[in-house]
Write a protein that binds this ligand. Sequence first.
Ligand code: SAH
Ligand code: DHB
Ligand code: MG
Length: 237
Amino acid sequence: MSQSKWTAVDDYFCELLQAPDKTLDATLAANSAAGLPAIDVSANQGQLLSMLARMSGARRILEVGTLGGYSTIWLARALSDAGHVVTLELSAKHAEVARKNLENAGVGDRVDVLVGPALETLDALANEAKEASASGHAAGGGAVAPPFDFVFIDADKSNYPGYLQAVLRLSRPGTVIVADNVVRDGEVVNAKSDDPNVIGVRAFSELLAKEPRLIATAVQTVGSKGYDGFAIAIVTQ
Ligand code: SAH
Ligand code: DHB
Ligand code: MG
């Protein structure tokens, strides 16, 4: 089996099952023109994320790692009019490209792109929620207030364990957590790896196992973006 076959099969199902989408094409073109790396989820994976968010009935979605907003558009499309996405991005440049793409996709009004190191932003969101519940007022004007119904973790892999801990503070029983890139060409099974990305996803996976509030699994994927995988968890209590 080879990359060219994985790509051909992704293309086959994408063309068969997903309507041509000029908005998403324009997003990828804008990312490329701005020099962003092409590390967005694939179209099939975007559709999967969107479907998982719909299945969970999500109205409040949190994303960690925006890039140019490609996955954000897929997540925003899963929402009814009342729903909202909060997406966290370190790079002001990436955030600016994303905001334009989100506007262009017609979902700018239901997405907030928050710039900064995500661990800090997640802390701020948790503290806001705590203060709001103490004062009896909704945090963040209501729109960005936790708990979130659906979370997609896709920023720097070395911080995945910290993201999971922070996200748990912003969750409720029933919250679905999906994390990208947990397989890394199979390197996840290499306990001796010195790659911080691999060390990060291994620590993240061990935390999934240890955390009594979570039911979790991981699915390996191949496709146009190579060999990788998603972890999927549900918060039970
Ligand atoms: N979810 C996007 C891809 C995200 S790529 C998509 O599928 O379309 C990972 C992003 O995480 C990059 O834009 C990178 O700048 C951002 N990132 C890296 N470290 C971060 C941090 N500490 N806090 C927030 N974002 C971070
Ligand atoms: C990288 C990051 C991603 O989120 C991804 O899906 C693929 C690659 C990276 O940082 O190399
Ligand atoms: Mg990713």
